[in-house]
Design a protein around this ligand. Structure first.
Ligand SMILES: NC(=O)c1ccc[n+]([C@@H]2O[C@H](COP(=O)([O-])OP(=O)(O)OC[C@H]3O[C@@H](n4cnc5c(N)ncnc54)[C@H](O)[C@@H]3O)[C@@H](O)[C@H]2O)c1
Length: 257
């Protein structure tokens, strides 16, 4: 068991990467706090974990709200006695996110409130808990677009993920001597709800697939395996990294033709 005696708090645990990670972390021995703005979805994740013999608690949390972030961390410590893995994974990609001209301030602000402030607030309340536990691992979900930009305009999303990446680097430096590792997980395009609701025709899917050397979308379960590595002590000398799990899309964009 790679996460024996660990307590993991995962945001956005009701769907996609968060759900798959919650299931995998629990199967590897972690007690899991599944946090999501959608409590019913978080409850489903927690129920699936418990049905498989694992330990899980569902909490409703909007990561853009300080009180919710404080409460989800408190719930982990109250229920399981400590927090050792914080996976700041919740994020949105707004349907009206576009280029600099078309993107509204509301879309920009909402995207930053969840994707960037949500990670900040997770750390604001999570880091003290990790300190109390003697250290741990923080994983922040960024994206490959933090590194290469997206060919289809989604300026708020891309900028927010760039912020997550830079925030992660500084957090890693600041907390390295406290036995707290902080890494950014940068997934490529995945076959999850978040992306598939936009790539909703075969033509749109093919337009994206053409850029992915592997010729397919990633699965949330494949990202969960990378998150497990970053959560576990197998990655004990890894901090401040931009951990790309992207089917080669970033290499394809950055390798000269
Ligand atoms: N799907 C992709 O192609 C892709 C690629 C790179 C990065 N990512 C990132 O991975 C993360 C997870 O994405 P996913 O594909 O699993 O998405 P998803 O839409 O399947 O799941 C996201 C979950 O976050 C929850 N959520 C949304 N707003 C929230 C809030 N304010 N507070 C708490 N929970 C909230 C949703 O209810 C949902 O359960 C996101 O940060 C996303 O930006 C996704």
């Amino acid at each position: 068991m790679r996460l024996q005696n660990q307590v993991a708090l995962i945001t956005g645990a009701g769907s996609g990467i968060g759900r798959e990670s919650a299931l995998l972390f629990a199967a590897e021995g972690a007690s899991v706090v599944a946090a999501d703005i959608n409590l019913a979805a978080a409850e489903e994740t927690a129920a699936a974990i418990r049905a498989a013999g694992g330990q899980a608690l569902a909490v409703k949390a909007d990561v853009s709200q300080a009180a919710d972030c404080a409460a989800m961390v408190a719930a982990a410590e109250k229920e399981y006695g400590k927090l050792t893995v914080l996976f700041n994974n919740a994020g949105i990609s707004h349907a009206d996110d576009d280029d600099s001209i078309a993107t509204t301030e509301d879309v920009w602000d909402l995207t930053f409130a969840i994707n960037v402030k949500g990670v900040f607030l997770g750390c604001k309340y999570g880091v003290p808990a990790l300190r109390r536990a003697g250290g741990g691992s923080i994983i922040n979900t960024a994206s490959f677009v933090a590194i290469v930009g997206a060919a289809t305009p989604q300026l708020a999303y891309t900028s927010s993920k760039g912020a997550v990446l830079s925030m992660t680097r500084e957090l890693a430096c600041i907390h390295a001597r406290e036995n707290i590792r902080v890494n950014a997980l940068c997934p490529g395009p995945l076959r999850t709800e978040l992306l598939m609701k936009y790539l909703n025709t075969e033509e749109k899917k093919q337009r994206r697939l053409v850029h992915i050397p592997m010729g397919r979308f990633g699965e949330a379960a494949e990202i969960a395996k990378a998150a497990l590595y970053l959560a576990s002590s197998e990655s004990s000398f890894v901090t401040g990294s931009e951990f790309l799990v992207d089917g080669g899309i970033t290499a394809a964009y950055t390798t000269p033709l």
